[in-house]
Design a protein around this ligand. Structure first.
Ligand code: SF4
Ligand code: SF4
Length: 349
């Protein structure tokens, strides 16, 4: 990895250098009545709209790679011949300007399933491969437990990563494209003082985490507590609304539907993101539902993220962004659920 220093007054030059791409970045989307700002990722034309000081976006960058709804193929009948059209919906290449480490880690996890697995998703891969990512450091929020999930820093999956060290950004340069881009923007090599400032910034960030999850031996604890009553308690609270999966940067379950025109001359096949907490998620042909109770569905989501995925990929399918807990109307948070299961295992429940 190469390191550079970018003066803050050259940040707009970096933004302008990406003009051949569709730039996506954090923007202010709305304000709550109490004045709290809600942030989201959106296409940005003006540098002034970029809010690199954002906290956590309500929705994650996932929506640009796994849209909530996406047409997979269209079919049309001409005479007696069917024509099938497939479009991966990856047009102008994207540049993400200002993605936090947890969200880059989330995309790296999605890549394992959507690109590197036995059944890759070409729609996801087409969008992901053409994406340029500029990461930005962040200030841990009260709901963030990314450090507990090993996702507060990131080693790959970005082109460059900016850390605010005062008057400059310390830049971790990961790709050749980023290196070439920076040549025209104006950077300098870091001094030992810049190195020290960068290290100090990292230490300050670590010290600011107030939310933690003890994930020690969590897969074993989950195995032991599969039948624990604590799941029934959380299941009683869960509204089975699916909001947690909707905002989660790593949830990727989806369904496929086909719509056929009434005259049978055309059809559309489309996917839509789904949630394992929705009541019909495990319903199969014939009407049998393998997980009809809310606690079994909620439990399944936790076991997939903190048990099954760990077994397959040696890391949880959770980056500790805290979005699900913030969005959940029932107040169900990952740290509280995991702590309650741990208490049950220790006989403290
Ligand atoms: S855990 Fe919360 S957000 Fe998720 S389905 Fe249940 S009520 Fe909805
Ligand atoms: S499960 Fe919750 S905390 Fe974990 S990555 Fe998904 S939204 Fe973030």
């Amino acid at each position: 990895m190469l390191f550079k220093v970018l003066p803050k007054n050259r940040l707009q030059a970096l933004f302008d250098a990406l003009s051949s791409r569709r730039i996506i970045g954090p923007v202010e989307k709305a304000r709550r009545p109490d004045g709290e700002v809600l942030y989201g990722f959106d296409a940005i034309c003006r540098f002034e709209d970029l809010r690199l000081d954002y906290t956590t976006t309500t929705h994650s960058p996932k929506k640009f790679f796994l849209p909530h709804r996406e047409v997979l193929a269209t079919f049309s009948l001409s005479g007696t011949t069917w024509e099938k059209k497939v479009d991966y919906n990856a047009y102008l290449p994207i540049a993400f300007f200002g993605m936090h480490a947890c969200d880059i880690n989330a995309l790296n996890k999605l890549d394992k399933v959507m690109i590197d697995s036995s059944y890759p998703n070409p729609y996801y891969a087409a969008k992901r491969r053409s994406t340029f990512i500029i990461g930005i450091d962040c200030v841990p929020q009260p709901q963030c437990f990314c450090r507990s999930m090993g996702a507060d820093t990131v080693l790959h999956g970005f082109d460059m990563f900016l850390t605010d060290i005062g008057g400059d950004y310390f830049v971790e340069v990961q790709s050749a494209e980023a290196y070439e881009l920076l040549k025209g923007v104006g950077t300098r090599d870091p001094s030992s003082q810049d190195h020290a400032l960068f290290m100090k910034k990292g230490d300050m960030k670590k010290a600011r985490f107030s939310c933690q999850v003890d994930a020690t031996d969590l897969t074993k604890i989950l195995d032991m507590e599969f039948q624990a009553d604590v799941w029934l308690e959380w299941g009683k609270k869960c509204l089975s609304c699916g909001t947690c999966a909707n905002v989660c940067p790593t949830c990727y379950c989806y369904g496929v539907q086909e719509h056929v025109d009434l005259d049978l001359r055309g059809a559309v096949k489309e996917m839509h993101l789904y949630s394992c907490n929705l009541i019909d998620f495990a319903e199969v042909a014939g009407g049998h539902n393998f997980r009809p109770e809310s606690h079994t569905r909620l439990k399944y989501r936790f076991y997939h993220k903190h048990r099954g995925f760990v077994e397959a990929f040696e890391a949880p399918l959770c980056v500790g962004c805290g979005r699900c807990g913030t969005a959940c109307l029932a107040g169900i948070t990952v740290p509280e659920v995991i702590a309650s299961v741990r208490r049950e295992a220790q006989g403290d429940a």
